[in-house]
Design a protein around this ligand. Structure first.
Ligand code: SF4
Ligand code: SF4
Length: 78
């Protein structure tokens, strides 16, 4: 069976830094960024950004996107 694989994109300008997605990710793949966005929040960032598919732990489960009140996360599978 092929391993489930996914990736996400976080729109850092929509993010309000609530960290719900950090709590929601079962793999701990979302972290708080160190740079403020234009609204003055510390947005989150995806730890596996730019990492090759075979090496990613993200399963594309969507838990992060579902938890986000700002609809700032898009999930891509495969
Ligand atoms: S899709 Fe699932 S595994 Fe991937 S970052 Fe979001 S919560 Fe984590
Ligand atoms: S849940 Fe959404 S608004 Fe909250 S920190 Fe994550 S991306 Fe930002």
């Amino acid at each position: 069976m092929t391993k489930k694989s996914g990736t996400i994109e976080i729109n850092q300008e929509l993010c309000k830094g609530c960290l719900f997605c950090v709590e929601a990710c079962p793999k701990g793949l979302i972290i708080s960024a160190s740079k403020l966005n234009a609204k003055g929040y510390y947005p989150t960032a995806f730890r596996e950004k730019g990492i090759r598919r075979e090496l990613r732990e993200c399963t594309g489960c969507c838990a992060c996107a579902i938890s986000c009140p700002e609809i700032a996360i898009e999930v891509y599978r495969g």
